[in-house]
Every structure is written in structure tokens, then in C-alpha cells.
Design a binder for this molecule. Sequence first.
Ligand code: NAD
Ligand code: LMR
Length: 441
Amino acid sequence: MKKFSVVIAGGGSTFTPGIVMMMLDNMDRFPMRELVLYDNDEERQAQLGEALEILLKEQAPDLKFSYTTNPKVAFTNKDFCMAHIRVGKYEMREKDEKVPLRHGVVGQETCGPGGIAYGMRSITGMLEIIDYMEKYSPNCWMLNYSNPAAIVAEACRVLRPDSKVLNICDMPVGTLRRMSQIIEKDPADLEVRYFGLNHFGWWTSIKDKEGHEYIDQIRDYVAENGYLTKVEVDTQHMDQSWQETHKKAKDLLAVNPSYLPNTYLKYYLYPDYEVAHSNVEYTRANEVMNGREKEVFTAARNIIEKGTAVDGGFHIDSHASFIVDLARAIAFNTHERMLMIVENNGAIANFPDDAMVEVPCIVGNDGPEPLAQGKIPPFEQAMMFQQVTVEKLVVEAYIEGSYQKLWQALTLSKTVPSAKVAKDVLDDLIEVNREYWPELR
Ligand code: NAD
Ligand code: LMR
């Protein structure tokens, strides 16, 4: 079997050790000859890089491994780039969440004004790494799961239409694992129908390979419990705030009991509830900084001090194996069925062709082929049209340096009550993002 050369962009991410260990665990399905970590933060990269070097010497001595902040070294001779960057890191995520909350508006990293602010930062970072990839390895594919994926995907559509960038999200994967737990099935045996935007969609069918439909059974469970399951099925979305989110799916389902909702819809359907149940002094960014970030970097320090990764505290992120499934689909033309963020082009019949939507696709070595989901009802269509217009306005505002369009984007977001509040939030976001956003006029 061919062996691949891979770069992870955002090599200093809290997710890097778990993903590297997951890839090691999948070497029989996706063999690697070289793995390089790339980040633009030298100190952060060195901490995880040094610890992973020790781990890989012990667990995969034949794999050529390095870490770097040099784009030429990182991106030369690569087959795949796994991208998970966070422009501005947790310091800026905290501001994305707290600035809107101070105005009584949802403070979330990918939804509402926080997602818009993060999007305006991410576009620059994403274009930078796409351009490095194309310069040093023109045949390389980027598997991108950097957020906010909806805005990033729209920016790629407009600004890098021919680039080999695939945008994918782990949230539907995690929720499907919960659904499979509810019906006591293996998630690999389930096929779904789904339509929406990223962090904004609905499942319309959950069938096994024999064609048996489970949506009613899952709906009855979710109507009582949300997606909270008795057994822990997801290694990522487990913190207390996520448990609340899984539970809240019950109230999302109540709005339209025909479909199973993506959990992120809570920020659009119940923004007042979310604000009332947020603590502006301690948001999800603080929870992650005191949790996942601290744990990962403490584990790295311990491995480096001890000189061994045995019992070292890095844990395999098995839920991230969808990334290997995607790489395999491209590399080995597996025609795997996966939810991807792609240009609509008729997949949702009554939605604009040029919208970036999230739908099931068959993925082979030419990339994803979207599966037709038919017409969607007016309620979901209208919600999606409002939200996709927000995302398009953000990208236009970025390109044109337009204050007006960014103000319109915030005003149109279902999470923001008025143009006045939108302007107040925007002006504060501009202030804290000066280092990252293009200048707006
Ligand atoms: P993190 O801050 O721990 O890591 C991000 C890393 O990216 C940092 O080390 C930072 O220095 C680096 N970085 C920033 N800009 C860069 C650039 N231009 N070039 C190279 N490196 C750059 O963040 P995290 O919590 O580990 O999340 C990483 C990313 O993965 C985020 O975008 C997050 O939203 C995303 N994520 C996506 C999914 C999904 O399935 N879509 C799931 C979880 C996390
Ligand atoms: C978070 O920390 O909540 C986000 O980065 C999303 C996630 O999946 O953990």
C-alpha cells in the first residue's frame, strides 16, 4: 500500500496529540511515511512537537517525524494537509464569547457575532496555509476542520475556487454516535440523509444498510432526553456545558418534530435562553483553557521531563477517525458516504446554487459528489437563507473592507435583536480584533 506524507497545520492545537495518536492507530488503513507538524507559534509548536517526537520514537520508529514553523519545510512533498488552526488562539476565542455577551447577545465561537469575528480572523490564516500548500505541493489535498467552517468554506469558494480544500465538521459525526447508542447500532452501519449549513442543519433519515428507518425511534428518545445518552460515547463533547447542549436538543426538536436537529441550532432558536444561562465571567473558552488546553500541555511537559510517553497522558481521539476515512476516500477512491460542506448546485433543490451547504456526499479521488436531498420546507429554508446570507456578507465584508456589510451581517444574524445592538457589538469587536481583521471603511 502507498505510504503518505502528511502535514498538520495548527500543529500546536489541543487536538494535535489525539489526532496523531488516532492516525498511528489507523496506520494499517492509512499508512504514513512522513508526518510534519506546522504552526506559526514557535513555542506552542515546540512543546507538543518535542513530546510527540518522544512518543513517536517509542511507538512508530519508522515514521519520519518533525515539527517546524517554516512553511517551505512543512508543505514540501506532501500528499495531505490536515488543517485545524485557530487564528488568535484561546485569548481571542474568549473575546468572541465575552464581547457579545456584554451586550446581552449570544457569545459563541462559531454562531452569532462571535463566529463572525472568528471568521474574519480565520479567512486570513486559511488563505495563508492554502497558498503555502499550493506553492510547495500543488497536488496536495487539504482536509480542513478549522472553524468557523461555514465562513471558511464560503471564503474558499469565492477566493480559492480551484483549490483542493475539503471542509468537514465533527459535530454530525459525534451526534450520529449518540444516535447509534440510542438505537444500539454501530454508527458505521448507519446511513443518513441530512440538509443544512455547517452548525445549522437537520437529519431527515437514519437507516441501517438493510434500509430499516430509525428516525421515529430516535425522535421519541430525543423528545424525552435530547441527545444525552446513558453510556459515554463521545470523547470530545463531554464537558458540563456540552451535556447541557445535548439535553437542549429536546427543545430544538419540539420546534419541528419531523427532523432531528443539529445541537448548534440552540443559539438561533433559543438565543434568550442561552444568554440567560451564560456567565460572562466564565465562558466555554475558560472551560477549555482550564480543561483540555491545560491537560494537553501539562501532559506534554511531563513527557518531555520524563523522556518517555509511556503512561504519558496523551489520549487517542478515536472520534476523529472520520479524518482518516476522508483521507482514505481521496487516496483509495473508497466512495465513502460522508457529510461534507460543499457548494449546493442543486443538492437542496429549493436553495441557491452558490450556497455552501452541509449534505451527504460520496467521496472519491476527485473529491465529494453531493447527494440530492430534494426540496426542504419553508421554515428551515427561510432560516437557512437568513444564515447563509450572514455568512456571504461576512466574506464580502472581508474582501471589500466594508463596515456596512459587516454591520448588515450582524444585524441579519438571528442571534442579534436589532441594528443598534449589532452596531454596538461590531464596534467593540473591531476594537479587539485590530491586529487580525482587514481595515473596515
Ligand atoms: P488551539 O488554539 O489549541 O490550536 C490552534 C493552533 O493553530 C494554535 O497552536 C495556533 O498557534 C495555530 N495557528 C493559528 N493561526 C495559524 C496560522 N496562520 N498558521 C499556522 N498555525 C496557526 O485551538 P483548538 O481548540 O485546538 O482548535 C483548533 C481548530 O480546530 C479550531 O479552528 C477549532 O474550531 C477547530 N475544531 C474543529 C472541529 C471540527 O470538526 N470542525 C472540531 C473541534 C475543533
Ligand atoms: C469547543 O471547545 O467547544 C469547540 O472547540 C468545539 C469542540 O468540539 O470542542
